[in-house]
Design a protein around this ligand. Structure first.
Ligand code: ATP
Ligand code: ZN
Length: 310
């Protein structure tokens, strides 16, 4: 048994178990663990364990800081990793400068971890475009992404590298502006800053090492990829049910967003009305439900879907 096994009942075989690096604790952790759970990957060990073994599948989970994930994939320490595209691109550019391997493949984009990397300046500053940042000192955790964008615009600047509390830099006199991740903008607002330009939009992504996997691992990947896709498709889909006048079916079908062909079910004792069941791949807004009601639909139910396999 290799040294990485803490659980003696599990064989830790680096050729047979798919090893996935995820963020130990942070903004991607809950959504990643939920995704794995919905894919039927059972991980019961606590977050304090660096390496957790899935109970029911040959999968090992390595819990690390998000900044380490691209390198672990690129150095072939793990097979897959889940990370924000912002960290992936920044690390890739840093590793290129350091002469380290940067090859990886994108397995799939995930539907969480959305954020934007934005430039923010003090509220009182007049700002028209990125060109106003010429000669500025800009505090950021993402100097490479910022430099790539400002170089495109022909703007020269000096970056001040901060790995946390970037938003306090202007008030502390460390920088004239910042470039940081933003979700709602509340943190910027609380620090007297305004968001003036988005330089990069990011979401979480599943990446894999560039080489072929051992056949045993590839078989696990082939099992898990459709499950991941199924869970994500389910999250965006709804199951819609209603009773509707038979003669209004064409109009009703026309307003259902992103819907497949509905199942039409006879209603015992009501020849003019039918039950309609359909999976919709998009959100159903109140306005659409009200339009359905106006067409004579009743008992309109919108139900979340847990899993889907096409
Ligand atoms: P670690 O301790 O793992 O280094 P961290 O502090 O660098 O964590 P988090 O703040 O947990 O990182 O963010 C992880 C990733 O989550 C970000 O790199 C980004 O891709 C994504 N993210 C999603 N929403 C936000 C947000 N509102 N602010 C910051 N990052 C976000
Ligand atoms: Zn980090």
């Amino acid at each position: 048994m290799s040294a990485c096994c803490s659980n003696k009942s599990v064989t830790c075989d680096t050729q047979k178990r798919l090893r996935i690096a995820i963020q130990k604790s942070g903004r991607l952790t809950d959504d990643t663990e939920k995704l794995f759970k919905n894919c039927g990957i059972k991980i019961n060990e606590s977050r304090d364990h660096l390496l957790a073994h899935a109970e029911n599948l040959p999968i090992d989970i390595l819990r690390v800081r998000d900044d380490d994930i691209p390198g672990l994939v690129m150095d072939h320490v793990v097979d897959w990793g889940i990370v924000g595209q912002n960290v992936l691109e920044e690390t890739t550019m840093q590793r290129e400068v350091d002469g380290l391997p940067v090859a990886y493949k994108e397995v799939m984009k995930l539907n969480y971890g959305d954020c934007r990397l934005s430039v923010a300046v003090p509220n009182e500053m007049e700002y028209k475009s990125l060109k106003d940042l010429e000669g500025f000192k800009i505090a950021t955790t993402y100097p490479f992404l910022l430099k790539r964008k400002l170089k495109e615009m022909g703007v020269s600047f000096k970056s001040v590298l901060l790995t946390g509390s970037v938003e306090v830099a202007p008030r502390a006199g460390l920088a004239d502006a910042i470039c940081d991740l933003v979700c709602t903008g509340a943190t910027l607002h609380a620090n007297g800053l305004k968001e003036v330009d988005v330089i990069y939009e990011s979401k979480a992504v599943l990446i894999g090492r560039d080489q072929e996997l051992f056949p045993e691992k590839q078989a696990i990947a082939d099992l898990i990829i459709p499950r991941l896709k199924g869970v994500m498709a389910a999250r965006e889909s709804k199951y819609i049910m209603m009773n509707a006048p038979r003669n209004k079916l064409p109009e009703i079908k026309a307003i259902l967003p992103g819907a497949e062909n509905p199942s039409i079910i006879e209603l015992e004792g009501s020849p003019d009305r039918v039950a309609l069941h359909v999976v919709s791949r998009e959100k159903l807004f109140w306005e659409t439900m009200e339009s359905l009601k106006a067409l004579g639909a009743t008992s309109i139910l919108v139900v979340p879907i847990e899993k889907m396999l096409d």
